[in-house]
Write a protein that binds this ligand. Structure first.
Ligand code: ADP
Ligand code: ZN
Length: 724
């Protein structure tokens, strides 16, 4: 018997299928991990196929040494998924297979945890000596515990007594696996009666299709998910539910635990290696039937899937931007079709891409247009910060926001202040007239790069001098954006010295459970103000929050990204959704320097459809996705001359594609990456914008060209979010 094996190594030269002989005494099945000799080394590999014949010279083949585990860690479906991802994203096979396993398992760092148990052998009890008090106590203890106790339970009686009983054959030793489980705060199960929209949604979602569940914030999407999962379980099938990492709040987890108990396995970054490994194994064996987690949970080793749910489907975190690069939507789509089950994409603000697909009939649209509690969405008031500035207020807060905050404090209620801060980049803006520095060719905002004090376009690489005077009004109040959370907290304390102010951002939540501690403290602060970044935008359900302030809404608007308007709309909607979730009415104060930008008009009216139509139109005329595909090919190496040469060779070849695909290649250029060097590797890139019809075809040609030319790694990104 011969095995086809993928070596678990990064090197490009090893990225192919190798053949090995399966020794007769080894029981090897497809999907197992094995040790194999490779040159002078012993390496790990994945068996992806077995056959009676070999393709290479039989005499030169080596033998598999041994199996790493006695079960096939990679299931059949995942092998099919590997093929799919390799083709779609042009990734190395080993790098894909690694996604399917807890990393600690590959590194051999975690193993099952065992504990010794003792079983009582009653037939021998008679031989205990009358005076052996401890021994009798042990037997008594075991009798009261169904004849079975762990070594830690029996430790109280002393080791020598236990040993004597074992020697006499009264106790029988047994090794038992202990499953390490993540801690979840327990909560009471809450049952609600579904409203008619929710009921309709649950009934409709049943086919082998993709559904886009568009429900306003607070419309009760989670309740719909739970009902769908319940149905699936009752049919004997299993489920995957994905949520963005930051909304994996203890609240969500305990709700699911309360409803589904041990059937739930959690996969997220807060778990210890042992917990992650054990949760993975519970899913692998079928003991757990629902995987809940962030992006990587889409690779959960669950068979017989009855549904896949992606909550907050528009979230950026579903696209992996480090290697291997992939889009969770594609993977979910593949697995749903493989299992012939529904895929549900839920959001209050679907991505333009998904909504476009719904519009074209690829997805089925389902709507939840009202809040589950029947309340109105909070009013959003737009404040023009330029006129505040002209009227002499050069502070962070508008007069309106300050007076609303004072009200909240007087009424012993709560407010959230949201600071929009994505990445480290910032744009240049004139505080007098609102002018924003943009690229002449691409019409996206320029990004200020501190290291060389230049403004750069992340799409075409063009560089501009930093402005010291506004080219539009001549004013000198040109500023780099970005107000920080710390600064805001400090200002609030100046205005309202006695109120409790809490801060939540990357700095204050770096330690375990700090997230939860801040939220708990906020919950009990009346009045209280929570200042935070994107982290406070989602999922939280605080009944006393009546005011949300958005300090500088434009921060994400002028991010150099064709999706920046979409992101801004999503953020405003999400953050606003935190206010007025129970009895008291909520309000949102939104501060901006571009009050007439269409995004604010639509967002303040909660008009998603209007926004979609406008944005769709703009993307169409400016030839951006979803109407085209952007392909970035990123070359990086320690040797700058080598990358530059490689870039040139590839570019020349790719340019020739224009002879065949002139119509379909809308844009093609080669340039330095906006960040020239990362970890001492020089970065160059080729950017392409392709018409959709021929995009797959052209992409394949490009893959071939680059493969032929390069001996090091080159990364391909499709519609990347971050072009640094
Ligand atoms: P979404 O995820 O759509 O923002 P949630 O699922 O968090 O909304 O629901 C918002 C609140 O409404 C939750 O407190 C939830 O328990 C409650 N809720 C959901 N469905 C109903 C219902 N049919 N009747 C009453 N309350 C409901
Ligand atoms: Zn440009």
């Amino acid at each position: 018997m011969f095995a086809k094996i993928i070596i678990d190594q990064d090197a490009k030269a090893l990225d192919k299928v190798f053949e090995y002989i399966v020794p007769d005494d080894l029981n090897i099945v497809v999907g197992m991990r094995v040790f194999v000799p490779f040159g002078k080394r012993v390496l790990q590999g994945f068996v992806i196929g077995l056959s009676e014949q070999c393709e290479y010279d039989k005499d030169k083949l080596k033998k598999i040494i041994s199996a790493i585990e006695d079960f096939p860690a990679i299931k059949q479906e995942m092998l099919a998924l590997m093929d799919f991802m390799a083709k779609k994203y042009h990734l190395k096979l080993a790098s894909i297979l690694r996604l399917f396993l807890p990393s600690e398992m590959r590194e051999g760092k975690v193993k099952e945890l065992f504990e010794t148990h003792y079983l009582l052998n009653e037939s021998n009890i008679a031989i205990i000596h009358k005076n052996a008090k401890k021994q009798s106590e042990i037997v008594e203890y075991l009798k009261n515990n169904n004849g079975n106790a762990s070594s830690s339970e029996l430790a109280q009686f002393g080791y020598s007594a236990i040993k004597t009983l074992v020697d006499k054959g009264i106790l029988i030793k047994e090794k038992k696996e202990v499953k390490r489980r993540p801690f979840v705060i327990s909560s009471q199960e809450k049952r609600v009666v579904l409203n008619s929209c929710q009921k309709k949604a649950v009934e409709e979602i049943c086919d082998n299709k993709t559904y886009l569940l568009h429900g306003v914030t607070g419309s009760g999407k989670t309740e719909v998910y739970m009902n769908l999962i319940e149905n699936v379980l009752s049919q004997g099938k299993n489920a995957i539910m994905l949520v963005p990492e930051i909304s994996l709040t203890p609240q969500i987890m305990s709700n699911f635990k309360a409803r589904f108990g041990d059937a739930v396995a959690l996969l997220h970054s807060g778990l210890s290696a042992g917990e992650r490994f054990d949760e993975w194994k519970r899913l692998f064996s079928g003991e757990a039937r629902i995987a809940i987690g962030a992006r990587s949970a889409i690779f959960a080793p669950i068979e017989n899937l009855g549904i896949i749910i992606i909550d907050e489907e528009h979230e950026q975190s579903y696209i992996s931007e480090s290697n291997p690069r992939f889009d969770t939507h594609d993977v979910a789509e593949f697995r749903a079709r493989y299992n012939s089950c529904p895929l549900v994409l839920g959001s209050a603000t679907p991505s333009i891409e998904s909504y476009e697909k719904a519009k074209q009939g690829q997805y089925q649209l389902i709507e939840l247009p009202i809040r589950a509690n029947g309340k109105e969405l909070p009013k959003i008031q737009i404040i023009d910060m330029m006129s505040e500035f002209r009227a002499g207020n050069s502070g962070i807060f508008s007069v309106q926001l300050l007076s609303d905050l004072a009200n909240v404090i007087n009424n012993k209620k709560q407010a959230m202040i949201f600071i929009n801060r994505r990445g480290y980049s910032s744009f240049q803006r004139c505080r007098d007239c609102g002018y924003i520095a943009k690229c002449i060719d691409c019409d996206v905002s320029l990004v200020y790069h501190r290291e060389d004090n230049r403004l750069k376009c992340h799409y075409c690489g063009k560089q501009y001098k930093v402005l010291d005077r506004c080219p539009k009004c001549g004013g000198e109040n040109i500023k780099q954006g970005a107000v920080g959370t710390e600064q805001v907290v400090q200002k609030i304390k100046e205005y309202f010295p006695t109120v409790k102010v809490l801060r939540m951002d990357n700095d204050t939540t770096s330690t375990k459970n700090s997230h939860q501690k801040i939220l708990d403290e906020f919950k009990n602060s009346l009045p209280g103000i929570l200042v935070g970044t994107q982290m406070i935008a989602k999922g939280h359900d605080f009944e006393n929050v009546v005011l949300v302030g958005i300090v500088d809404a434009d921060q994400s608007l002028y991010h150099a990204d064709y999706r920046s308007t979409e992101r801004t709309f999503q953020l405003i909607t999400q953050v606003s959704g935190r206010a007025g979730r129970s009895e008291s009415e909520g309000k949102v104060v939104l501060q901006t320097y571009s009050p007439r930008h269409y995004v604010y008009k639509f967002a303040s009216n909660y008009d998603y459809k209007g926004f979609f139509r406008k944005e769709e139109n703009i993307r169409q005329t400016s030839t951006f996705p979803p109407f085209t595909r952007i392909l970035r090919i990123l070359f990086s190496d320690h040797d700058e001359n080598y990358v530059r040469e490689l870039l040139k060779v590839c570019y020349t070849e790719i340019e020739k594609l224009k002879e065949v695909y002139d119509e379909d290649i809308i844009y093609l250029d080669a340039m330095k990456s906006p960040i020239k060097r990362i970890q001492n590797k020089y970065r160059y890139q080729i950017m392409m914008r392709l018409k959709l019809e021929k995009a797959d075809e052209i992409e394949n040609e490009v893959f071939k060209i680059v493969d032929n030319a390069s001996k090091t790694s080159v990364f391909f990104e499709i519609n990347p979010q971050n072009l640094s």
